[in-house]
Design a protein around this ligand. Structure first.
Ligand code: HEC
Length: 239
């Protein structure tokens, strides 16, 4: 059985969480082989373009000078958060039984990054995925558009965007800017997101109890796990 078991996810050629890996040259994109099609959770029936609520989600080239500060700063904030997530996971796993750690992850009580003068203000941080553990992390329509974009890139065998910048227009609301980065599962993540048959004692039970609708399992190392997103308020001149 083991040999035929397919990975739940899509290999993420470009790894976000460099902190979890020894310093190495950037991995060359690996071809994406046959794969299980991921399951969607919500919003999948929404048509592209303007949404029923009138919202329009547009991806803006992250290299465009008008969004470069937003893109670079958002990207850095996400990298910090990704680093924290990995460090916390590593530390918790090293000091406690995995089954105890289940109720403690991830980044509970994390505060929004403090505003830095001359930098966009971070107004929201989110982690989401096409295979969710906690339904409270469910993607909204704009998150879903970003998830689908990365998914399509991986399925096509292309290197996924390292950074996605998105503009959201909604009638009667100020323009919203988001930055997304894909996040990969590393080996340590598999203790709770890998093959449940290989979990250490009590982990499956703890997950079943806390997350009865858990879909975030059966990942392999380097699979694309999801995205980290920040919402940013640009500086006045970049508006
Ligand atoms: C000890 C168990 C455990 C380990 C190890 C673990 N996770 Fe999680 N993960 C969870 C739990 C519990 C949740 C749901 C609560 C939450 O959102 O933080 C979760 C949720 C997530 C989410 C949010 C999306 C969702 O499915 O709800 C992401 C992204 C994620 N994990 C990534 C990772 C990554 C990357 C690693 C490895 C660095 C990792 N996890 C390791 C237990 C774990």
């Amino acid at each position: 059985m083991r040999e035929t078991k397919q990975s739940a996810g899509l290999a993420l050629a470009i790894v976000l969480l460099a902190t979890s890996l020894p310093a190495a040259p950037e991995p060359t994109p690996t071809p994406v082989g046959p794969m299980k099609i991921l399951e969607y959770f919500d919003n999948d029936s929404l048509p592209p373009g303007p949404r029923p609520d009138g919202a329009i989600y547009t991806f803006v080239d992250s290299a465009d000078p008008s969004v470069s500060l937003l893109s670079r700063y958002g990207s850095k904030v996400i990298e910090d958060i990704g680093g924290k997530l990995v460090n916390e996971t590593t530390k918790e796993l090293a000091t406690k039984e995995t089954r105890q750690v289940v109720s403690e992850l991830h980044l509970k009580g994390m505060e929004l990054p403090k505003q830095v003068i001359g930098r966009p203000k971070v107004t929201a941080v989110k982690r989401t995925s096409l295979m969710l553990r906690d339904p409270r992390n469910a993607p909204d329509g704009a998150d879903m558009a970003a998830l689908k974009r990365i998914r399509a890139q991986l399925i096509a065998g292309d290197a996924p965007d390292k950074v996605i910048v998105q503009k959201i227009e909604m009638p009667g609301k100020p323009l919203e800017w988001r930055v997304y980065r894909p996040i990969a599962a590393s080996k340590s993540c598999l203790a709770c997101h890998g093959d449940p048959a290989k979990f250490s004692p009590g982990v499956k039970e703890a997950l079943d109890r806390l997350y009865p609708e858990d879909k975030a399992v059966d990942y392999s190392a380097q699979d694309w796990r999801g995205i980290i997103r920040v919402t940013l308020e640009p500086l006045p001149e970049t508006k």
